[in-house]
Structures are given as C-alpha cells and as structure tokens.
Ligand binder design. Structure first.
Ligand code: ZN
Ligand code: ZN
Length: 257
C-alpha cells in the first residue's frame, strides 16, 4: 500500500458493539474511496459481557469479513483483524493484524477476588473505581493503567497500540482549575506514568494509532493520544497510523458524507 493511501484499520461491526455487517461497511468504504479497510472486532474477554464478541460471534465475524474480502476484491483490500484486549486470552494467529488495547485494569476487591474496573465506560464508573480500588487517588489509577499498557505488545502480540491514553476519555473540561475533570494531565505523576509506558512500547517497534474514535462520537475535541504524547513519541522515532475506531459506517476514515 502507498504510504499516503486512504485506509482505516480500526473498525467495529454488529458482532461487537458496533452497527452494520462487514458487507455493509465494506460497501460504505468503497463509496468513500478507501483503498483498504481492516476490521478490528473486540476480542472475546471472559468477564466482559457487553462490548466484546462472543466466541461463536467471532467465528461468524471472521467468516463474513473474509467473504466480503473475496466479494469486493476488485474494488478494495479487506483485512480481518482483531482489537485484542490485554485481558483476553484468545489466540490471535488467525488474524491479519492485531490492535492491542487496554480497557480495564485488574485489581482485587475487598474479598481478594479479581475485579476489572473499566477506564472508558462512564464517568460515574470511573469515579467509583478511583474511590473503591485506589483510595481516591486518581493518579494511582493512571499509574496502574499505564503499567498494564506498557506490557500490551508483549501480552497481545500487537502490531498496533490502540488509543494510548484512553484513560483521559472523560477528563476534558471540569472544575480542576481548567486542567481536567478528574486529573491534571501535566501532573508529574501522570507524565511519569505515560512516559514510562511510552519508553517501553517504543522499544517494541509497534505502531501507535492516532485514534479519532472519541472525536467521531463527539465526546472529545482531540484524538488519542494527546498532543504532548504524540510529540514525545514522534521525537523518539515512534511510528503512527490514523484510525477512526468506527462503530458505524458513517465515521469511516473520520469523515462523514
Ligand atoms: Zn478500544
Ligand atoms: Zn475500538
């Protein structure tokens, strides 16, 4: 593929939490003039009952994507990938590529059992997780998140590192001196946490995605990761791709038409 080819490799379907079949989405991608599209359904993750694909749904997803790849081979290249959550234990060798993402942090609840608070579900759940599992210390939550993220390429075998600073999803605006709703993104503990993860992930040579999903859904004004992180990675030889994290065909390649 040309370096400036129009493609989008972070796309969800009805088999996880998106809308539309692979066939419908490929047709929309052709209409938009894309040269390639890659699907990245959420990998089956045992404790997640809402967002990810079921095991059976995963087979169906692959079947449908591979079929669309054949049906439209003369018009567009279609890849069948996966968005592999850090805590998913499914094998990944069947996929054309892997986006490695962290959506949860594993902690212990009061009874010593594992719990998986999500960093991106709702602001209320975010706040609750900080209180319940991190003694009200939001920076401890961020440190735990980046600690898991720093290991995402080793654990998932990712080619692409998904939405690096997803933990900032609900942080825009707020009362905190204009510095963020839940935490200050220039706080030394926050910066040290992401820099440590960035340094470790840069060593892997995996590609960082610049993810427009939050912007597509109108929940934020900038992509993931934030500008200081992109500049840090860029200065150290990080490689990037742009992706829409589309959950319906209208946001493919980050623009509506
Ligand atoms: Zn994700
Ligand atoms: Zn996604």
């Amino acid at each position: 593929m040309r370096e400036n080819a129009l493609f989008d490799l972070h796309v969800h379907t009805k088999y996880c939490d998106g809308e539309g079949t692979p066939d419908e989405i490929v047709r929309a991608a052709i209409d938009k003039g894309l040269e390639a599209i890659g699907f990245s359904g959420h990998s089956y993750t045992a404790f997640d009952e809402e967002v990810c694909m079921t095991r059976k749904g995963t087979d169906r997803y692959e079947e449908r994507v591979r079929q669309a790849a054949k049906d439209y081979a003369d018009k567009i290249r279609v890849f069948c990938g996966i968005e592999q959550d850090y805590y998913s234990e499914e094998p990944t060798d069947r996929w054309d590529y892997v986006i490695g993402s962290v959506h949860y942090v594993r902690v212990r609840n009061a009874n010593g059992e594992p719990a998986y608070p999500s960093v991106d579900e709702t602001p209320q759940l975010f706040e609750e997780a900080v209180e319940k599992y991190f003694g009200g210390d939001v920076y401890a939550f961020a440190e735990a998140y980046y600690d898991v993220l720093s290991d995402v390429v080793r654990k998932t075998g990712a080619d692409i590192i998904g939405h690096f600073d997803l933990i900032t999803k609900f942080n825009a605006g707020g009362e905190n001196g204009g510095k963020g709703r839940f935490f200050d993104e220039s706080h030394p503990r926050y910066v040290a946490a992401w820099q440590k993860a960035a340094d470790k992930l840069l060593e892997t040579g995996a590609v960082f995605e610049i993810n427009f999903g939050g912007m597509n859904r109108g929940s934020r004004m900038e992509p993931y990761p934030s500008r200081p992180i992109i500049e840090y990675l860029d200065a150290r030889g990080g490689k990037f791709i742009l992706s829409s994290d589309s959950h319906n065909a209208s946001t493919l390649a980050c623009w509506n038409r």
